[in-house]
Design a protein around this ligand. Structure first.
Ligand code: F6P
Length: 319
């Protein structure tokens, strides 16, 4: 193995730059050349490749976003798109790839390996923390801290006015962000995609808190009833209670990564390079109980990572 590539894909996550830097540094130490693919799978198809070196990856460790850019590529979902990408990879003499992203990225990486036998390892980079096989994903810690900081601020004003707030956090299919920030910020109710949300129970919780008191309801965007707007509408429609709605949105994806995310990004980046050199492919490099592990890519989406039941129980005890 002489030359490897690294790219970031799907929703960006804080820590992706620290990860790219780690891949470049460690690969260099191992005598490998590193190519950055610009723009995720779209850039792979288009042949947007760039040599990465120490200078290019300097001073990016603390930056949010991804210097390699990212995309969600419909073209790569097609066999033809993947063939074009494989041609580009062969043309550029790529012997192995580190793909940092979420489950869409991993589906693509798996297909590329199956169809073209180009060695590829995935690293978990998503704020959603929803990949089975890793305790935590790159970007998650920063995202929950960003969200918690914003929610604390909203609580100040909610408390001053005695208002009911519905605050929506990201997590398309998973409620990890909602659960953690709900507990961390003392929410009165947490609506998750993983649990059924009962509007009557929610209303009773609001009443129990006191209608003249501040009430914070955290809503994971993937909740089966809809987001924060929908829940607020239902509470108003059924019980005549008005509320304020804040959708935190993409603020959760930006910002300088926390120390925890930087270290995780570095560990997984280093392990990904070594895994490729040892012949690993079609696996995710994740973290399990503090140790770096390899998990077949398919298992990361075949199994569903669940918000721990003990946190669900704890959140109700803390109200
Ligand atoms: O996958 C990360 C994530 O931020 C989800 O939480 C969210 O649903 C989605 O990406 C939003 O994606 P986009 O920025 O492409 O709209």
């Amino acid at each position: 193995m002489k030359r490897i590539a690294v790219f970031t894909s799907g929703g960006d996550a804080p820590g992706m730059n620290a990860h790219v830097r780690a891949v470049e540094r460690v690969a260099d130490k191992r005598g490998l050349e590193v190519i950055g693919i610009i723009g995720g799978y779209s850039g792979m198809i288009a042949g947007h490749f760039e040599v990465l070196d120490r200078i290019r990856t300097a001073n990016i460790l603390d930056r949010g976003g991804t210097i390699l850019k990212t995309s969600r590529s419909p073209e790569f979902m097609e066999v033809e798109g993947r063939s074009k990408a494989a041609d580009q990879l062969r043309k550029h003499g790529i012997d192995g790839i580190v793909a940092c992203g979420g489950d869409g990225t991993f589906h693509g990486a798996h297909a590329l390996w199956e169809e073209h036998r180009i060695p590829i390892v995935g690293t978990p980079g998503t704020i959603d923390n929803d990949l089975w096989g890793t305790d935590v994903t790159i970007g998650y810690d920063t995202a929950i801290n960003t969200a918690a900081e914003a929610i604390d601020k909203i609580r100040d004003t909610a408390d001053s006015h005695g208002r009911l707030f519905f605050i929506e956090v990201m997590g398309r299919h998973a409620g990890f962000i909602a659960m953690d920030v709900g507990i961390a910020c003392g929410a009165e109710f947490i609506a998750l995609p993983e649990t059924l949300t009962d509007v009557e129970v929610l209303y009773q919780r609001i009443v129990a808190q006191g209608l003249d008191k501040r009430t914070i309801v955290i809503v994971g965007e993937g909740d089966e009833l809809g987001g924060a707007l929908e829940l607020s509408r239902q509470i108003e429609g059924r019980y005549g209670l008005s509320s304020k709605v804040t959708i935190l949105g993409h603020i959760q994806r930006g910002g300088s990564p926390t120390v925890s995310d930087r270290v995780l990004a570095a560990r997984l980046g280093a392990a990904a390079v070594d895994a490729l050199m040892e012949g690993a492919t079609d696996v995710m490099i994740g973290l399990h109980k503090g140790d770096v592990v390899q998990v077949p890519l398919e298992r990361t989406w075949e199994q569903r990572k669940k918000v721990p039941g003990y946190l669900v129980d704890l959140s109700t005890l803390l109200i």
